[in-house]
Design a protein around this ligand. Structure first.
Ligand code: HXC
Length: 519
């Protein structure tokens, strides 16, 4: 064969490979409102930056006549490219080839890019759209999954791993995304479950739709499996690009520094009146966040899950920063099992990837009751405490209002190695709220007063005495537990100055194989 013909053959093969499972199946994918694997990668990466690998890999299965049905590249498109000029490794399951089901060779392709990502210290992004294990292959598919899982585990805390779910993701296949740092789902076409509706029906008798069992609403709002819920795939890839802008390439680097045009000493007068005079009235902590961060930009993680705590990324003077904040607008900002787990994982992510953490505190305590106790609030609360106490990144804490009891300790207090702990003058730092405290301390005396008017007067007096003594930041400041009491409108400047002073922070935890966080 002449060389020119060889080149032509190559071009033809490439064209064929790019058709995946063929035009009919591509049309069917589009008809479902889904993009193909290559279209998704093209949308995600900087234009023209994608370099595909393993386009000529085919499966090696001889069961069920599969040897007669081979597609170049098999059921996954893999390679590398750039996002905002920074290299990332990607794989996108191709539903047009055997429903994107995982074969031995597909697993090898995915593992190859994961290994490259680890070697190069670059994020890896997986786009999932698959019918699970390739049934015809049997155990080699299961082994392939486990090869991927092991890599997810070893890469955890070394390179950022992001999973987009743009189609089915069922059975054991869910565990690769679950092992990654962030999971993103689309409102339609995206579902995750360990066992599908048919199996659920046959085993438990429960009749449930795919959507209700494992759709984006379920995982973004109820289970917390998904960190981001987006309307469609276009929005999904933009979200991934935005998320990466806050992250470093790996655990040895810092997140990119962005030029900041927002004045660092911008005063925000609205903050001086943000906290209502009545301590039982809520306010929206997101207004505080938007007021203090660069350009009001905040990327919220887990927006729909455990809304009593807010987690997300923003910048201060161009430096990427993780924010954890109690939300008085939802369940009074109380800490419960879900919010503790949510924030704990977020703090650990930030710590693993050198992202400083700002904590905004307004927490009345842990949610009381048998429901929470039976669900293990002790262990879950301990997770958040562990995460803060273990974290060695710069930590700045601002107490805006309530900071009571165990929740005070958990929310990045000074003794959990908080670096700078400031309070607004509206802060109340105490063992418990006044009403509860007076009931405990004065119960016998109160019971001894028979006249109701006198009783009410006595309680009011004691409550105000308690509030005067404890419902303020000055007692904590007198012990140095609070480093300074700051004017609310000056919060942005004080945070930026604090993080600037912490830039050179070096703290190393005791040497160990690994910690034993209360899981
Ligand atoms: C081989 C598969 C496949 C699979 C789908 N296909 N799933 N081929 N192995 N697991 C093929 C179909 O035969 C079909 O081929 C094409 O993909 C598209 O599938 P459709 O069913 O036509 O598409 P759709 O109606 O959109 O339904 C998608 C689906 C369904 C819901 C994912 O295909 C499905 O239920 N698949 C089986 C899911 C499953 O039980 N997987 C195993 C789970 S156990 P043609 O040639 O017609 O295009 C598991 C264990 C992993 O994953 C353990 C890891 C630890």
């Amino acid at each position: 064969m002449e060389n020119q013909q060889k080149v032509k053959n190559l071009i033809d093969l490439r064209v064929k490979a790019k058709l995946g499972g063929g035009e009919k199946r591509i049309a069917s994918q589009h008809a479902k409102g889904k993009f193909t694997a290559r279209e998704r990668i093209d949308m995600l990466l900087d234009e023209g930056s994608f370099e595909e690998l393993d386009m000529f890999v085919t499966h090696r299965c001889y069961n069920f006549g599969l040897e007669k049905e081979k597609y170049l590249g098999d059921g996954v498109v893999t390679g590398h490219g750039t996002i905002d000029g920074r290299t990332v490794y990607v794989f996108a399951q191709d539903f047009t080839v055997f429903g994107g089901s995982l074969s031995e060779t597909m697993a090898l392709k995915i593992c190859k890019v994961m290994d490259m990502a680890m070697k190069m210290g670059c994020p890896v992004i997986g786009i999932n759209d698959s019918g699970g294990a390739r049934i015809q292959e049997g155990v080699t598919s299961l082994a392939g999954y486990a090869e991927i899982f092991e890599r997810n585990i070893l890469a955890s805390g070394v390179i950022p791993q992001i999973s987009a779910i743009f189609g089915p993701c069922a059975g054991g296949a869910v565990y690769s995304p679950a092992l990654t740092d962030f999971v993103l789902m689309t409102e339609q076409n995206s579902y995750m479950f360990v066992t599908g509706p048919k199996v659920v029906k046959s085993v438990t008798g429960e009749d449930i739709s795919t959507e209700d069992l494992g759709g984006a609403d379920v995982h973004a709002g109820k289970s917390g499996v998904s960190h981001f819920k987006v309307e469609n795939e276009e929005e999904g890839v933009l979200m991934i690009r935005k998320l990466l802008s806050y992250l470093p390439q790996n655990n040895l680097e810092e997140a990119p520094l962005v030029d900041c045009k927002d004045p660092i000493d911008r005063l925000e007068d609205s903050l001086n009146t943000m906290v209502p005079d009545n301590p039982n009235l809520p306010y929206d902590m997101k207004n505080v966040i938007h007021a203090i961060v660069d350009n009001g930009e905040f990327l919220e993680v887990h927006r729909h899950y455990a809304r009593n705590i807010i987690c997300g990324f923003a910048r201060f003077n161009g430096v990427s920063t993780g924010i954890v904040a109690n939300q008085p607008n939802f369940l009074a900002g109380v800490l419960d099992c879900d919010s503790s787990r949510k924030a704990a994982r977020f703090v650990r992510f930030c710590d693993a990837f050198n992202i400083p953490v700002l904590t905004l505190v307004d927490v009345p305590g842990f949610l009381p009751g048998s429901g929470q106790e039976y669900a293990g609030i002790i262990t879950h609360g301990a997770k958040l405490m562990f995460a803060y106490g273990e974290a060695t990144v710069p930590k700045v804490t601002i107490t805006l209002r309530k900071s009571y009891g165990g929740a005070h300790d958990v929310m990045s207090c000074k003794q959990l190695r908080g670096d700078f702990n400031y309070a607004w003058p509206t802060a109340e730092i105490a063992v418990m709220g006044a009403a509860g405290a007076i009931e405990v301390l004065e119960g016998r005396a109160i019971a001894g007063i028979s006249d109701p008017e006198e009783k009410a007067k006595y309680i009011t007096e004691k409550v105000s005495e308690y509030n005067e003594k404890f419902a303020n930041p000055y007692q904590a400041a007198s012990y140095g537990y609070i480093d300074d009491i700051i004017e609310p409108r000056n919060t942005r400047f004080r945070i930026i100055r604090a993080f600037q002073a912490l830039q050179t922070k070096k703290v190393v935890n005791p040497l160990k194989k690994h910690c034993n966080i209360p899981l």
